[in-house]
Write a protein that binds this ligand. Structure first.
Ligand code: GLA
Length: 728
């Protein structure tokens, strides 16, 4: 619901749980008033203390001293150069070479539903009744620009989606130096910052630390959201736990460079800003043109971090992911990568597929190495023609044979890349992002194709569709194995070169939109050396993501635990792999490995050809168990119970929507003598119902208040178990 109180000039956006209030003061300035737990009716008006503070916080010229300062008042959308000395959301250089912007209220409209953002990933509604949208237009009458701020509040989700769009209504070009998507001002600094830093094979390492004075920045300059940081941050009060307390979650729906800045200002107020990173970014806006900054989502929880996560989970599962796979259980896949790497032929693949089928696997994925002359990672990216020395009868033949076995067939691509050793590079030595007369950096022996150029995208689209129109393909793993360097585009004017990274992403999104529209029956999995571009932007096009190249069970406990802060299990791909683990040589039990992988969107990556019959038989029951519980795991509510970042244990619970089945996963990392007994209180059950646990009937309230002893029967390092709890 969105109400505009004309007398008070106050906007109140609310649903059953949350309120967001802003007002226009002095008939001009759009200031932030409140966001948090629902307030039925907001009565106060213009109450921000007007005590002027000092001459060091300037006032706009036409106001008496003290009535308003951009430097003090909480803003809805801050701009640089006219008195707000904090980090700001907007900055531009105008035709006279100067930088100062003063944004004031011009008009607003309230819409049912949610308008579409053209060419960008976004959350959506299926019905106009699901959400309401407020569009507030701000203007700078001296600079002749307008900024539209979009606020969509969902009626049944504690979610506010925001974005910003600037229009040049002057007669001259101007240069946008920074246009962030949103600005949130909070009245104090008593928060912890929760973030998900990481690196390759060590993604989303959950960290929490108290907010302090000054500027704190999470960002990516890698030309991808990257595994170094997730475009996410939460502010939580210090007593907030997974189960109670207030949390504000911010997530940017974009896959390129981003920044999330938190500033505690001179009066200990906190500002959060997020959007496209202004590192290597500016944008020339011609008269009449607009620039649309991507969308971000804000989630409010007054019931702890699990509730915040579940709000993200259901939003992404139901209103970010699109297409027929959105509501479908996902197939159990196997992938030949760790088994064969580049060394395979048709016979070997068919053997693997046969063994996989016998185990109960449903989808066979042919990974890297099937095209060009790719026997290692030094060649052939861009040469999307089947390598007939490995597959003499072609891809179609392989796909048909695999499908005859009753498996689906999937294929790996890395469409945004080019190897310097490739036919494509010989033909088009200037199609990659590079700077003339400046050395191009290699990473994994490859360059990045310039997806900001239409002809480059068209060529790759044509190569891919030639294959996909001929070969029956049910699934694509879309990889992206390096970050951007020397970002420049041949033929682009000097003054537009810093637009290249964002234009790259606009190009990629356009490509993906066309591809998924043409192949609605293909399931896409997003990958970037594991979770290197696992972000909500990519999730708009690809319903699932490879979480990490690290498949070690113990490391995965952390990676998946961190990942669960924002992403639902169905998006989070995990595979049961061999030991010693290929990434870190650790040996863990089959059961532990299987249970960690079976907490998410499950697959197997085992060298099936080298397994004895007994070893293969040992895997089967896990696959059967997963199939029985798949709908709970992929569509249920996920609760974090014990953190592997803080304890020697990891535990989580998945409860189906009807609260009939709960799967309780528990892991002990290291064994120790005289260990504490862990009695875990469950959550998310029906208080008055009885549940069967290991043959015993226990009430929901007992399970949630007294709990269950968990570690008494676990002995040894890296042990795990799952309890299936059924309502009677
Ligand atoms: C990336 C992926 C792996 C695999 C290789 C193939 O590293 O994350 O799963 O597909 O590329 O080269």
């Amino acid at each position: 619901m969105i109400i505009f109180n004309k007398e008070k000039k106050q906007f109140h956006l609310s649903n059953n749980n949350m309120s967001y209030v802003m007002e226009i003061i002095e008939n001009k300035y759009l200031v932030h008033v409140y966001n948090g737990k629902k307030i039925q009716e907001f009565c106060q008006q213009n109450v921000y203390p007007q005590n002027g503070r000092s001459s060091f916080s300037p006032n706009p010229k036409e106001l008496e001293s003290g009535k308003f300062s951009y430097d003090l008042w909480p803003q809805e959308y801050s701009a640089s150069g006219a008195g707000d000395y904090r980090e700001t959301a907007f900055n531009a250089t105008y035709p006279d070479g100067t930088q100062a912007t003063s944004l004031t209220y011009k008009s607003h409209k309230i819409l049912a539903g949610k308008p579409e953002l053209e060419g960008l990933p976004q959350v959506y509604v299926e019905d106009k009744d699901e959400a309401s949208t407020l569009v507030v237009t701000l203007e700078d009458i001296y600079r002749e620009i307008e900024v539209d701020l979009n606020y969509t509040i969902y009626h049944d989700r504690d979610v506010l989606a925001r974005s910003a769009k600037v229009r040049n209504i002057s007669k001259e070009n101007m240069k946008l130096e920074r246009i962030l998507s949103a600005n949130f001002d909070f009245p104090h600094m008593n928060y912890d910052v929760i973030q998900l830093p990481g690196t390759w094979a060590k993604e989303k390492q959950l960290k929490r630390s108290p907010l302090s004075h000054g500027i704190f920045k999470l960002d990516s300059k890698r030309g991808a959201s990257s595994s170094a940081q997730q475009p996410f941050m939460a502010l939580a009060t210090s007593n907030t736990t997974d189960f109670s307390g207030e949390a504000h979650g911010f997530h940017f729906i974009y896959s390129g460079n981003f920044k999330i800045v938190t500033e505690v200002d001179i009066f200990e107020q906190t500002r959060v800003l997020l959007g496209i990173n202004d590192y290597q970014f500016n944008w020339t806006l011609k008269p009449g043109e607009c620039f649309q900054a991507p969308e971000m989502v804000y989630v409010y929880s007054d019931k702890g971090l699990n509730h915040m996560s579940q709000t993200f989970h259901s939003l992404y599962r139901e209103r970010l992911v699109r297409g027929k796979f959105r509501d479908q259980e996902r197939p159990i896949l196997t992938n030949n990568w760790e088994t064969t790497y580049f060394d395979f032929n048709e016979e070997k693949l068919l053997d693997l597929a046969e063994n996989a089928k016998n185990l109960g696997v449903e989808l066979f994925v042919l990974d890297d190495g099937w095209f060009g002359k790719r026997n290692d990672d030094t060649t052939s990216l861009g040469d999307w023609n089947v390598d007939t020395s490995k597959l003499p009868k072609g891809l179609k033949n392989l796909s048909v044979k695999i499908k005859e076995k009753g498996l689906k067939f999937g294929l790996w691509f890395e469409p945004e890349m080019i190897s310097p050793v490739s036919d494509l590079f010989k033909k088009h030595p200037d199609w990659h992002l590079h700077i003339n007369e400046f050395p191009s950096s290699l990473a994994r022996n490859q360059y990045v194709l310039d997806f900001s150029r239409q002809e480059v995208r068209d060529y790759i689209f044509d190569k891919m569709t030639t294959i996909l129109d001929e070969v029956p393909v049910d699934y694509i793993k879309w990889d992206f194995n390096r970050n951007l360097t020397e970002v420049a585009s041949v033929g682009r004017l000097a003054e537009n070169q810093q637009e290249t990274t964002h234009r790259y992403y606009l190009g990629l999104y356009d490509f993906l939109e066309k591809l998924i529209a043409r192949y609605p029956d293909i399931l896409f999995e997003n990958c970037s050396g594991g979770g290197g571009r696992f972000d909500p932007g990519m999730a708009y096009y690809m319903p699932q993501s490879w979480t990490s190249d690290n498949t070690d069970a113990v490391d995965r406990m952390k990676i998946q635990y961190g990942n669960s802060l924002v992403y639902p299990t169905i998006m989070t791909c995990a595979q049961l792999s061999d030991v010693p683990n290929h990434q870190l040589n650790r040996i863990t039990d089959l059961e532990t490995r299987a249970l960690v992988a079976m907490s998410a969107n499950f697959g197997v990556m085992l060298d099936l050809d080298k397994k004895t019959k007994a070893e293969l038989e040992a895997v089967k029951p896990f696959i059967e168990w997963y199939k029985e519980n798949r709908s709970t795991i992929q569509f249920g509510d996920f609760y974090r119970l014990m953190s592997p970042f803080d304890t020697n244990y990891a535990s989580w619970l998945i409860v189906d929507k009807e609260q009939e089945i709960a799967l309780l996963y528990f892991f002990q990392i290291l064994s120790n003598v005289s260990h504490p007994h862990i009695r875990l209180q469950l959550t998310g059950l029906q208080e008055n119902a009885f549940y069967e646990v290991d043959g015993q009937l226990i009430s929901g309230e007992e399970l949630m208040n007294y709990g269950l002893y968990m570690n008494g029967d676990l002995s040894g390092d890296f042990k795990g178990k799952v309890l299936t709890i059924r309502r009677k």
